[in-house]
Design a protein around this ligand. Structure first.
Ligand SMILES: [Zn+2]
Length: 84
C-alpha cells in the first residue's frame, strides 16, 4: 500500500448525521472539509479516523504478502520432498 497515492474518505459528522465531511490524503498530507480542520487547522477526528483506516489496510496488506510468501515457500518445499 502506497501512502503517497491520492485517497478520499467520506466521514459522517457525529453531532449531525445529515452532515458528511470529506477527508483527503495526498502525498501523506491529510485534509478535511470540517470546520475543525478548516478554521483551527487541527488534526480533526475525521483525519484520525482516516489514518486509523489506512493503517489497518497497510497491516492487512502486509499480512496478505506474508501469507503468499509463506504459502509459496511451503509449496516449493512440498514439491522438492516429493522428488526425492
Ligand atoms: Zn474533520
Amino acid at each position: 500500500m502506497d501512502i503517497s497515492q491520492f485517497r478520499t474518505w467520506t466521514m459522517q459528522s457525529e453531532s449531525d448525521p445529515d452532515i458528511q465531511y470529506k477527508v483527503m490524503c495526498e502525498n501523506g498530507k491529510f485534509f478535511c472539509t470540517c470546520p475543525d480542520h478548516q478554521f483551527r487547522k487541527n488534526e480533526c477526528k475525521h483525519i484520525k479516523k482516516a489514518k486509523r483506516q489506512l493503517a489497518g489496510e497497510q497491516q492487512m496488506s502486509k499480512l496478505f504478502v506474508f501469507c503468499v510468501i509463506a504459502f509459496g515457500y511451503f509449496m516449493r518445499r512440498g514439491k522438492s520432498v516429493k522428488k526425492q
